[in-house]
Design a protein around this ligand. Structure first.
Ligand code: FES
Length: 132
């Protein structure tokens, strides 16, 4: 724990204090090539964090839409499935990525791999499988 604490309280502040960030707008024009090179690593880190935060928000993991494409012109997407149409099993999509909505077409798999999500379908079945 000491290593982490020292890193956050001493190493990072010392590193940031040593960056050649000018005090005025005109100071940016007086930076040397060496100064600009020193600013590349923190710029890459800030840019990377910002990009992943933006991607997360855009994909709806943090706020935003859940439904990216299904009947967007409707105020609310509601589907009815007649019980006679279920057969033995029916897989209903919960990830909102299926092109066969409201049925699952397996699109949750690529979505889960791309986002780290763990969504999957609701399986409706007529009877519970026999226990082994
Ligand atoms: S495609 Fe959406 S849960 Fe399978």
């Amino acid at each position: 724990m000491y290593v982490l604490s020292n890193f956050v309280k001493v190493t990072v502040p010392n590193y940031l204090a040593g960056l050649p960030i000018p005090d005025s707008f005109g100071g940016w024009f007086r930076l040397t090539v060496r100064d600009w090179i020193a600013l590349i690593p923190p710029t890459v880190v800030v840019g990377g964090v910002s990009y992943y935060a933006y991607r997360s928000i855009k994909r709806g993991r943090v706020g935003g839409r859940i439904n990216p494409m299904i009947r967007l012109d409707e105020k609310k997407v509601v589907d009815f499935v007649e019980i006679e149409d279920i057969g033995e099993k029916m897989y209903l999509c919960r990830c909102w990525k299926s092109k066969k909505w409201p049925l699952c077409d397996g699109a949750h798999g690529p979505h889960n791999r791309a986002t780290g999500d763990n969504t999957g379908p609701v399986v409706i079945r007529r009877s519970k499988p026999a226990e082994k």
